[in-house]
Design a protein around this ligand. Structure first.
Ligand SMILES: [Zn+2]
Length: 193
């Protein structure tokens, strides 16, 4: 099934979680403000929220899972950075590493309302390994197809949050409407001076 922006719906769900994990756990700049990497309970809830979503229940995340996924998110950030800069070979190196480390493998699983779907599992179905394998495999399918250009890093000043572009014509440049508006306002002020 083909969904938004040419993404298979399952692949889109995985790359979306990858982007959410990166944004929830990596230090840098968000919307014009510096952000530190969360730790302790804040990290556990940030990871739980990133893994949850409108169509998934929010999982219970242990400190060990949160630490493992924050480590994976740093690798996945390299994938978004590399893809956004057109360094696809660098993104490929990282993804092959993460897939090998997690033992990412496809498996046919039953869908709730009948039928089957290819899901990605890791060497264990442990929360951290399973999601790390799934996110890496999802990103690999995007990078290995014509969708590498769909992985982006916010173009706004002082923001490095990542996004997945699902627009029809591949026109997204910002992580959020806030960053888009901030950039427009700055350009407007610059023109007035
Ligand atoms: Zn932004």
């Amino acid at each position: 099934m083909t969904g938004q922006g040419g993404f298979d719906s399952h692949v889109l769900a995985l790359v979306d979680v990858a982007a959410r994990l990166v944004n929830a756990t990596s230090p840098g700049d968000a919307g014009g403000h510096p952000v530190a990497a969360p730790t302790g309970d804040a990290l556990r809830s940030a990871v739980a929220e990133a893994l949850g979503g409108p169509e998934r229940r929010t999982p219970t995340v242990t400190a060990a899972h949160a630490d493992a996924l924050a480590g994976i998110a740093l690798r996945l950030r390299e994938v978004f950075d590399a893809a956004a800069e057109g360094r696809v070979a660098d993104a490929v190196t990282v993804l092959n590493d993460v897939m090998a480390a997690t033992g990412a493998r496809p498996q046919l699983d039953p869908l709730p309302d009948g039928g089957w779907h290819v899901h990605f599992h890791g060497t264990t179905d442990d929360l951290a390994t399973g999601w790390a394998a799934g996110c890496a495999a999802g990103l690999a399918l995007a990078v290995g197809s014509n969708l590498a250009g769909r992985l982006g890093v916010c173009a706004a000043d002082r923001c490095d949050r990542v996004y997945v572009d699902v627009t029809k014509n591949s026109t997204r440049r910002f992580c959020s409407t806030a960053c888009q508006n901030r950039t427009k306002a700055a350009a407007f002020r610059a023109r007035r001076h």
